[in-house]
Write a protein that binds this ligand. Sequence first.
Ligand code: NCD
Ligand code: ZN
Length: 348
Amino acid sequence: MTEAATRLTIRRPDDWHVHLRDGAVLAGVVPFTARQFGRAIVMPNLSPPMTDCAGVAAYRQRIMAALPEGSDFTPLMTLYLTDSTDPDEVARGFADGTFVAAKLYPAHATTGSAHGVTDIANIRAVLERMAAIGMPLLVHGEVTDAHVDIFDREAVFIERTLAPLVRDLPELKVVFEHVTTREAVQFVESCGSNVAATITPQHLQINRNAMLVGGIRPHMYCLPVAKREVHRLALRQAACSGSARFFLGTDSAPHAQSLKEAACGCAGIFNAPFALESYVQVFDEEGALDKFEGFASLNGPAFYGLPVNPGTVTLERGECRVPETIDANGTAIVPFHAGEVLGWRLLA
Ligand code: NCD
Ligand code: ZN
């Protein structure tokens, strides 16, 4: 791959972290993910959350029903862990393919986490069972302690929770989701091959200035919140390094424009419509287009023990105009990069 390459064809990628929502908005947003990706790990933080096999199976059916005609997109489902999750339910749903992973939200860490885990000690038996059956734990890695500054919550989570967990259960497969700090990159690099991380396009593209300079910009707000430039640079280096431990997870998290542009705007960036275009721009700027396929299409399946997708997608250099808003089946949502022109486009 030379720098002047005008086209990049890679194995069809997957999104290892996405919020597809439910109801009318689900039908409005899922076509964007299905257009770009072969599979996606679907987050369970609905209201109410997906805490048992029956609920997850029913949600999967609603996703399938919302897919465009002829789509061969495959949702990979997840279970939402609570203080009272039953280890047998977890093992049963994993064994029969209802879900492929379980999600740990520290209670009140982010959108839809009110029913999350209040103390990781409460799910010890679940985690031991998951380690025994090879089931990945997906972690929202932020402490919720009111005394910890929001910009430090990921780094403190590593110290207080994640490092001890990985030490105590060295067999457990862990995905440290949407990492945002240099500390997280270093932590993942220090672990064995059972620990990996996803990285979003926004954390590769923006630092916290994008959210706060020249006025408060709610559409740049997500959790974990974007950090200082030094952290963005560490994430870009990790993504483009060729390490199999880092892979694509958009954390596309659509919210109605009216709920973002509010006195207490909610967290989440809707990046699904132009996710690949955003990511590839980063790899291009870093002179690492040859590493993009690993990050987008190979490392995730290898970690989850799944085959890579059949088929390919092609990205081409050229103007890609991102609209100011997108109508998601009746709900106006402002996408990431709204109003910008990106330098790559995904061919149909
Ligand atoms: C997500 C959402 O809206 O569901 N929001 C976000 O800012 N990323 C929740 C999450 O993944 O933290
Ligand atoms: Zn998320």
